[in-house]
Design a protein around this ligand. Sequence first.
Ligand SMILES: [Mg+2]
Length: 412
Amino acid sequence: MRNQASILHVDLDAFYAAVEQRDKPSLRGKPVVVGGTGGRGVVATASYEARRFGVRSAMSTAEARARCPHAAFLVGRFDAYRATSAAVMSTLRSLSPLVEPLSLDEAYVDLRAGREEPDLTSTELVGIGQELKRSVEQVTGGLTASVGIATSKLVAKIASELRKPDGLVVVAPGEEQDLLRPMPVGVLPGVGPATAERLRRIGVHTVAQLEQVSEKELIRTVGQVHGTSLYSLARAHDPRPVVAEREAKSISVEDTFEHDLVDPVLLASIVDRHARSVCQRLTKAKLSGRTVTLKVRQHDFTTSTRSASLIGPTDKAAVVSRIARGLLEDIDTSGGVRLLGVGVSPGSPTGSRMTSSARTTTVLPTSTPPSSTSPHRISSPRHTSYCAGLLVWTSSIEITGPAGCGAPGWVG
Ligand SMILES: [Mg+2]
């Protein structure tokens, strides 16, 4: 944990919908839903006007239509989103040389980077945040962003959520735990519905209650890796550094099924098989990886990727499999799964082994398109890194067309 609030998290508000409202003035002030518009489509982003009717990201478009029939339902214009995102990211890079984009509309900025002795008092930080929000508005043609500034990634991200939209929250050093304690455990990365339910069964609803549970009991409840991580996060302990775009190489295996699969036992066994296959390739390439990514394409072509990172690299199938199964548990697969993939990526360089084997053919740079004969690239995994000993989860939702032609995009 830093002794200065020097990590900034910025997140554009209802990004895709805001871009649509910017470009089509008739939509301003009206409910706008961007996402799959077909019968089995899923909402990517809802404008705040639509959220008032209970429309949320990842909800089926059918349900969104039922809740807000008069909304404008739009498919995404990803070229416009990407161009707007590029303008925002370059604004961030003028603030600090160290910027870690998480998606098109979200990034961490290390305010300490490139400065000798930065003045990061709360007053100064509020000024930095306000100035950044003004610049974002200017370069995007009127979009608002929410900003959180704190001593860690964990708290900066939570802070940026607090006063959305158009928010700015600075959490001073020492105030982190007071902020987190009253919050529901779901605020912590990695606590999805399944984990939240397990914690609920031992009487844990809030971060304060989580803090009272021993590490041993947490491990018993949610498993070794996740338990250790939660124990740290409950104490607002998150030493993850801000890292600029890494050289992302990953090895992954995925399968598309002839029929949608619903049997959880079968899905778990496919995860095991993929884990073994990925690890065989890792071993062959003399590689190991820290970040395990699970990719699940649902019956409606919604594709979720979830990642978790270990503190150290592994090439052990049992470890990869256990993590990937855990990630699978937090995804609702009851509607049927048409594609399942498991991938492992370095997350951080694994020393000379990495360098010496980087030329082998099983290692694909992210710019290499997937092919049926080589390991597939896991599509745009959001950056993850280890946290306080072990593991941090990230997740995202992508919308693809039935022919795979739709441009991928991430929930705003
Ligand atoms: Mg956003």
